[in-house]
Design a binder for this molecule. Structure first.
Ligand SMILES: C[S@@+](CC[C@H](N)C(=O)[O-])C[C@H]1O[C@@H](n2cnc3c(N)ncnc32)[C@H](O)[C@@H]1O
Length: 285
């Protein structure tokens, strides 16, 4: 498949979930990386340091499972990770990550990018087990969330970290699933109308609360270097969609030896951001 091919559909996720998918995360990421600047990288690096408490990854290996744009991998590379391995199922996401590596990495020789599925039990990745495994906003889109979490957990070295972001379970979760199904079912002109409706709602609400929309967009980038417009397409289009409460995730990983050391709670139906540490066999006794 050509990386620019816009028709990519994650058929594995479609068959696992039974959903009708008409959205490519990678295509959305291609639009994002075309406008990526140093300020996005700085913001992503700041968010990473704040959420993990790590200011340097020297001596650590970093596995980015479902790398999307590749921005987390770039941050790991900039923080001097010993080795970075990124992979994604969507060829356009892989192309984005390769693009970021060639445009922005200071030492590309320690960074590999691959096309793989997280659900592939026999991932041919020499980096595993890795000191830090990042699976940010991915497992809930695979069509088999718990299996995906189980799999990334198995990629973490003893005393290593698992950075996980999973959609929060709220009373609105079912409504979001319906919205996403409608968006994926809709023909292109209707998709545009749905996006327009979402933006109108956002900006009207901002103005009614006395906020400046331009300032909102400028501030938005502080959130992991992300773009509001790209995130909205991701929220509307991102199927399959699963979710879990903080307790569900914590109690799933605890028996596997994972200790929750940091958490950034979702404000509402967004993602809970977990930092787990895998206890060594000694620490588990
Ligand atoms: C919402 S994006 C998150 C990207 C990135 N982790 C980040 O933090 O920005 C979800 C990514 O997961 C990828 N993905 C979905 N299912 C996958 C699978 N089974 N294996 C690998 N990647 C997958 C998608 O292609 C997409 O790039």
């Amino acid at each position: 498949m050509n990386a620019q091919d816009t028709t990519y559909v994650n058929n594995e996720a479609a068959s696992r979930s039974g959903e009708q998918i008409d959205f490519s995360f990678g295509k959305n990421w291609l639009a994002y990386v075309s406008g990526l600047e140093e300020r996005h990288i700085t913001a992503a690096q700041r968010s990473f340091v704040e959420s993990t408490g790590l200011t340097s990854l020297a001596g650590y290996s970093f596995l980015d499972a479902g790398c999307g744009s590749g921005l987390s991998s770039l941050v790991a590379s900039r923080l001097n990770a010993e080795k970075v391995v990124s992979f994604d199922i969507d060829p356009s996401s892989v192309a984005c990550t390769e693009q970021l590596r060639s445009r922005f990495a200071r030492d590309a020789s320690r960074w590999e990018v691959h096309t793989h599925s997280l659900l592939d039990r026999d991932l041919p990745l020499k980096i595993v087990p890795a000191n830090i495994v990042c699976c940010w906003g991915v497992a809930h889109h695979t069509g088999s969330m718990w299996e995906a979490i189980d799999h990334v957990a198995g990629c973490v070295a003893e005393d290593g970290m698992l950075l996980l972001a999973i959609y929060n379970r709220t009373k609105h979760s079912g409504t979001w699933l319906t919205i996403k199904r409608i968006y994926n079912w809709a023909p292109a002109p209707i998709k545009k109308l749905l996006l327009l409706g979402f933006h109108t709602k956002t900006f009207t609400s901002l103005m009614l609360h006395g906020q400046n929309p331009r300032r909102f967009l400028q501030q938005y980038v502080k959130n992991r270097g992300m773009s509001y417009f790209r995130d909205v397409e991701d929220w509307l289009g991102g199927l399959p969609y699963e979710y879990a409460s903080v307790d569900e995730v914590r109690s799933y990983l605890a028996p596997k030896g994972f200790d929750l050391i940091r958490i950034n709670h979702a404000a509402s139906h967004g993602c809970n951001e977990f930092v787990f540490q895998k206890l060594s066999a000694q620490g588990r006794r």
